[in-house]
Structures are given as structure tokens and as C-alpha cells.
Design a protein around this ligand. Structure first.
Ligand code: IVH
Length: 674
């Protein structure tokens, strides 16, 4: 049995250690131990405290989560009002902001204004009151003068210190900052909510707000909330420094987390450059920000400037273009892709979001439409983040007009009228029209002509559209029957372009079996699979005749792909198109198996990393020897040719025990051929 003092000492040591690791994690973003180790410390502390309950103190890291739900939140009158921020829209408004400051402070043009620049976090503002270094109150902003007492919930946020570090803090210190939910935590939380049949939240801000307003702190404790400080309420004795930036730095030393993106900048130019830097970072940050905030750094100047009604004159928010906006759904259309996949698309009343005007947003598939219950006439939240295609996030139920009906999946393809099928358990509905469907035909032709397929230069989307609409082309084989007259007759087609296209078509006739297979657009047969099939079977005939079991002997080909291949060749019209293409003169050099005694013949090789010779050239030589070149390393791989900076493939090969060749070793083996 340990002595009472030894136990007390151990408890104190554990608390210090846990607080230290909390700070390393939340304040310095530099964790020193694994989660499991942290949990072990916490468990030891919990055990000792359970055995010696009289040693429990409210600021112990075990005391974050209270046991009793509240009936409601108490009201808090803020000692100093919690202000809001004025917004600047555009560079000009930023110039105006600085000019107003100069006028008020009567500064000369030479005198530079220094600002503290920081991200504008998209969560909710809270006030943390520390008395003699201990957290005594956590309150929401409310209307700025009165907020709600959410202390019990705030205490569950590990980023919020229950006790300040050091001893040089003012007796009364109110820290203001933002509580927010990081993006990954938000996704995970929503996922869990959905699995439990609940609705989830529209965005991380709502999730943070909803979580802080839970009456049971045990629920708040399960939400992944975090906190960054950006300012002060009551401070006594004040001030703690001469500038905003130094005050914030002191907070950090007391163990309060601060955004690592704070920067001191000079003048409007400095502000604009900072804005651009953070805008670039926006999508890669682990949490949502909706702009940046600039604050005059010197506290003496802040005091001279003062505030107007609800916002200080010394600070401004420069907002990013919103990534989410509301707009109305005018209609829901159904698009048909190359493989017949039907994609529902919301036609929207045009809305400016994420920096562009958006009038269409994808709804991905029918399951998604049903889950979100989007209907024509609904007001929806549309999101466009970075370069991602715009999507409908959710419906705003309060704005739904009476009597609008849910969307039903059409039974017939909107383009060709063929039946639409949606196999049980699959998310994707498909038009069964195949190449009879003009939409699928257009997509199939575009794919056929693309660079990695038949590589027909100049045959792009617009031209395919025209050729199909004019009735000149139905199947890929028709392309090779086009005449100069027909082409020159098309709108916006000069004779020269027509000739160029005919030349390109002619040139495309010499291809490889792999390119040809890929061009056919068989479902699930991408570039790598096409080349694997070509290398395994050598001739088109062999592939056409292979059954599913035989097809699976090729690397990369599993049962699903094999079934698609067999189904494709079973269709009479596909076989007919192939025949016509071959008649039109499409051909490829025969792939020859080399003498069986060549060391590379029949071997499966993967190429990776940077090489001295073009990869295609090496590949051709290997194919000529009867080797197979595939895209990914597996147990079936015989060799990995690894150039400079080979990455994950090299690691995988080493793990699987696949022989690794460098370029010189391969060269020796190739020369063995002569
Ligand atoms: S300063 C005296 N700094 O924006 C100025 N606010 O629009 C008071 N916010 O209620 C706010 N990040 O919830 C400040 N770095 C930041 C901020 C920030 C987010 C929020 C805060 C405030 C709102 C005002």
C-alpha cells in the first residue's frame, strides 16, 4: 500500500503529464505520445481517484464530463459585450477600411498600419472566464450582451484548458474564441448519425452549435469539438501586452490554443496577399473557414478607434466566396452516360457559389435523390468547394411549397425511350438501350476517339454531337465511312478541317490490340485491363472465344469484368460493329510470343518510377518478347522494373517478394534476346 502522500504526488504527476500532452496536441499541434499511451495515463488517474475520492479536484482532466443533464441553460450577462465584425466584400472595400482608419487616426501616408491577420473560423463564438487561472464559466455569445451558460459542455472540449499554465496570468481573464467541429469529425459524426437512422447536420457550424446546446454534457463529450482563441473579454489587471499579436502569444504560453495561421502583416497590400495565401489553403485545411479577419495590431490604436454599434472600427472580416448557397430547383433531369448510367441532375435557378455561377448540380443517383428527398420546386443548399462538381447538399424543409411531389425514376430512357433497369441492391439505374441510345452512342463515340483509345485527333465532343445529330454516324464503324463531302457539309466545318479529320481517321487505323479493346468501351475494361487481355490472349479472336473462367487467367481480370466481357461479345450488334471496323482497315501488329527459352517470355512485369527511356518504348520491347505489362503489383507479378523514386509499387513488390529489376538489369535481360 502506498502512503497517502505518495498517492497524492502520483495523482498530481499524472494530471500534469496529461495536461502537458493535451497542450502538445491542441496548442502546439505536436503530439508526443500515441493515443493508447494517453488513455493509459488517464485510466491510471481515474483508478487512483476512484480509490481516493477526497483527492478529486474540479480541474482534474478526469472531471471534464459532468453526470447530470440540465433542465435548461442559465443566462450570462457579458461583462464586456461580445462584438461582431464588419464585412468587406472585395479589394476596394479593404482599401476603404484602411482609409477610414487613417482618417480617424490622422496618420500620414508614410506611416504603415500593422495588422494581425487570422482565419475566420466557421463555428460559434464563446467566452471563457478564468478566475485565478481556473475555468469558471463558459458562455455563448447570444445577442452580444447576454448569452447562455454552457460551462458543463465547454468543459468537455479537451482543447479548452480547465487550468491555465504558469502563474503570470491576470486574476480575471476572459478568453474569446471559436468552438468548431473539424471536417473529418463532422463526416464521421454524420455517418454514425445516418447509420443510427438519424438526420445528421447540414454543415460543421450547425453541428458545433447543436452540440454545444445539448443539455446533457455526456452527449456533448461525444462530439468532436475543438477550440481556437482569438480575443479577450474582461481582463483584470489589464492589459496583458501592447498589441493584439503579443496578447495572443501570451495566451498560447498559458496553454490556450491559437490558430497557427496568425500572421502580422503591413498595410492593405499585406492584407490582400494574406487573403490570397489563405484562400489557396482553404480546401486543404482540416476545418471550415469562411474568410480572414484583420485587426489593427496595436492596442493603443484599437482604443483610439473604438467601436460603432455592434462592431469594432479596428477589425474587419474579408469573406471568401461562400461555398454553400441556397437556391431553387427548377427541374430534375436525367442524364445518360456511356454505359447507360442514369444520373439525376438538379436544374437550378442560377446561383453564385464557390466563385462561379452554378445552374446544374449533380444528385449522383436515385438513392441519393430519395435519401435527400429533393423535389422540383424545393429550395436546396448547393455546395461547390474548390474544383469539385457542384452538388445538392440538402433540402430546406421549411421552404418546401405545398403539394409538390417526389421525383420518380423514369421507367424509360429520356433520350431513346428504352427501358430503364435498376438491379436490386445497386445504386445505379441504367438505360438498357445500349448503342441504340443516342446519348450512349455519343459517349461511346467520344470514348472511342479519345487519346488513350483510337486517338482520332480533332474528333471532340462537339463534332461527335453534330455527327450523331445529323444522322451521319451511328456506330464507330460509320466514322470510317465518312466522306469529304459529308464532312464539308457540316456547319462550322471548313474543307481543311474535314481533310484533317479524314487523315486522322486514316492514321488511327494502325493501332494496337490493347488500344482497340479499350476503345470498344466494354464495361470495367479500362486501359490496364485491355492491355492485360491483349498480352494474355494475343489475338482478338482468342478473347472473343474465351469463357469467363479462361478470361480470369489474365492479370487484373476478376469474375465481374469477365462477365462484362462475355456479355459484350455475346451481343450480335457488337460483333457486327467489330467486323465492320476490321473491314474498314483497322489493324495492329501481331503480338508474337518469343522463343520459350527467353527469360522474359510469358512473364508479367510492372513498370514504375522515373526511367531513362520512354516507358512506352520499354513496354513495346517487352511486349514484343511476349511479356505482359500490367499496371499493378500482385502475386501474379514476376518482375517489377523500378526507376528512380519508385514509391508504393516498390514497397508492395518487396512485401510480396516480387523480384525487382533496375533499368540496367532489365537492359541485360533484353540484350539476352539477340
Ligand atoms: S473577432 C471584436 N476573430 O466571427 C471582434 N471573430 O462576424 C469580435 N469569428 O462572432 C470577433 N473567427 O464568432 C474574430 N479570428 C476571428 C474569428 C471571429 C471567427 C466569428 C466570431 C464572431 C463573428 C463575427
Amino acid at each position: 500500500m502506498k502512503s497517502a502522500t505518495a498517492v497524492a504526488a502520483r495523482i498530481q504527476a499524472l494530471r500534469n503529464e496529461i495536461d502537458h500532452h493535451n497542450r502538445q496536441y491542441y496548442v502546439f499541434d505536436a503530439p508526443e505520445i500515441a493515443d493508447a499511451e494517453y488513455d493509459r495515463l488517464l485510466r491510471e488517474l481515474q483508478r487512483l481517484e476512484a480509490e481516493h475520492p477526497h483527492l478529486i479536484t474540479p480541474d482534474s482532466p478526469t472531471q471534464r464530463v459532468g453526470e447530470t443533464p440540465l433542465a435548461g441553460f442559465g443566462e450570462v450577462v457579458h461583462r464586456r459585450p461580445m462584438l461582431s465584425l464588419d464585412n468587406a466584400f472585395g479589394e476596394e472595400a479593404m482599401g476603404d477600411f484602411e482609409r477610414r482608419i487613417r482618417d480617424r487616426l490622422k496618420l500620414d501616408d508614410e506611416e504603415k498600419i500593422v495588422y494581425l491577420a487570422e482565419p475566420k473560423l466557421d463555428g460559434l463564438a464563446i467566452n471563457l472566464r478564468y478566475v485565478e487561472g481556473r475555468l469558471v464559466l463558459g458562455a455563448t455569445r447570444g445577442d452580444g450582451s447576454r448569452g447562455e451558460d454552457v460551462t458543463g459542455n465547454i468543459r468537455t472540449i479537451k482543447a479548452v484548458p480547465l487550468k491555465l499554465q504558469g502563474d503570470d496570468w491576470p486574476d480575471i481573464l476572459e478568453v474569446r474564441g471559436e468552438v468548431f467541429m473539424p471536417k473529418d469529425g463532422f463526416e464521421a459524426f454524420n455517418q454514425r448519425a445516418r447509420e443510427a437512422g438519424e438526420k445528421g447536420f447540414v454543415n460543421p457550424r450547425n453541428a458545433a452549435a447543436g452540440s454545444l446546446r445539448q443539455l446533457d454534457p455526456r452527449l456533448t463529450a461525444q462530439r468532436p469539438l475543438t477550440f481556437y482563441a482569438y480575443g479577450f473579454g474582461e481582463v483584470d489587471p489589464a492589459p496583458i501586452a501592447d498589441s493584439q499579436s503579443d496578447s495572443i502569444r501570451r495566451l498560447r504560453r498559458w496553454g490556450v490554443p491559437i490558430s497557427p495561421l496568425h500572421e502580422v502583416v503591413e498595410g492593405t497590400q499585406g492584407c490582400l496577399a494574406y487573403f490570397q495565401r489563405i484562400l489557396q489553403l482553404r480546401d486543404s485545411l482540416p476545418y471550415d473557414i469562411d474568410g480572414v479577419v484583420f485587426k489593427v495590431d496595436e492596442l493603443r490604436l484599437q482604443a483610439q478607434l473604438g467601436s460603432v454599434s455592434r462592431a469594432p472600427r479596428w477589425a474587419i472580416a474579408y469573406k471568401f466566396p461562400a461555398q454553400e448557397e441556397m437556391t431553387q430547383v427548377e427541374a430534375i433531369a436525367f442524364q445518360v452516360g456511356r454505359t447507360g448510367a442514369i444520373t439525376p441532375v438538379a436544374r437550378l435557378h442560377p446561383v453564385f457559389v464557390g466563385g462561379v455561377t452554378v445552374s446544374n448540380a449533380t444528385l449522383h443517383n436515385m438513392d441519393e435523390v430519395m435519401r435527400k428527398d429533393v423535389r422540383p420546386g424545393d429550395t436546396v443548399v448547393v455546395r461547390r468547394a474548390g474544383d469539385v462538381i457542384p452538388e445538392v447538399v440538402s433540402v430546406v424543409p421549411a421552404k418546401r411549397p405545398h403539394g409538390i411531389s417526389p421525383v420518380i425514376l423514369p421507367t424509360r430512357c429520356p433520350v431513346c425511350g428504352s427501358e430503364i433497369t435498376k438491379p436490386e441492391g445497386e445504386a445505379v439505374a441504367r438505360c438498357s438501350g445500349g448503342l441504340y441510345c443516342p446519348a450512349q452512342r455519343k459517349e461511346a463515340l467520344r470514348h472511342f476517339a479519345s487519346r488513350k483509345a483510337m486517338d482520332i485527333e480533332g474528333l471532340g465532343e462537339k463534332l461527335v454531337e453534330q455527327l450523331v445529330d445529323e444522322g451521319l454516324v451511328d456506330s464507330p464503324a460509320d466514322l470510317y465511312r465518312l466522306t469529304l463531302e459529308q464532312l464539308s457539309g457540316l456547319q462550322r466545318m471548313a474543307e481543311k478541317s474535314a481533310r484533317n479529320l479524314l487523315d486522322a481517321l486514316d492514321k488511327s487505323k494502325l493501332t494496337t490490340l490493347a488500344h482497340f479493346l479499350f476503345a470498344l468501351g466494354i464495361r470495367e475494361v479500362g486501359e490496364a485491363t485491355a492491355s492485360s487481355l491483349a498480352n494474355q490472349f494475343l489475338t482478338l479472336d482468342a478473347i472473343q472465344q474465351a469463357d469467363e473462367a479462361l478470361l480470369q487467367q489474365a492479370p487484373d481480370v476478376g469474375p465481374v469484368v469477365a462477365a462484362h466481357i462475355v456479355a459484350f461479345f455475346r451481343q450480335a450488334h457488337n460483333r457486327e460493329v467489330i467486323e465492320q471496323l476490321l473491314e474498314a482497315g483497322i489493324h495492329w501488329p501481331e503480338i508474337e510470343r518469343q522463343a520459350v527459352d527467353h527469360p522474359l517470355s510469358g512473364k508479367t512485369i510492372v513498370i514504375t518510377g522515373a526511367l531513362n527511356r520512354p516507358r512506352d518504348e520499354i513496354k513495346r520491347e517487352l511486349l514484343a518478347l511476349g511479356a505482359k505489362v500490367t499496371g499493378s503489383v500482385s502475386k501474379k507479378t514476376d518482375y517489377l522494373l523500378a526507376g528512380e523514386a519508385a514509391g508504393s509499387k516498390l514497397a508492395k513488390a518487396e512485401k510480396l517478394g516480387v523480384a525487382v529489376l533496375d533499368e540496367a538489369a532489365l537492359q541485360t535481360m533484353l540484350e539476352h534476346a539477340q
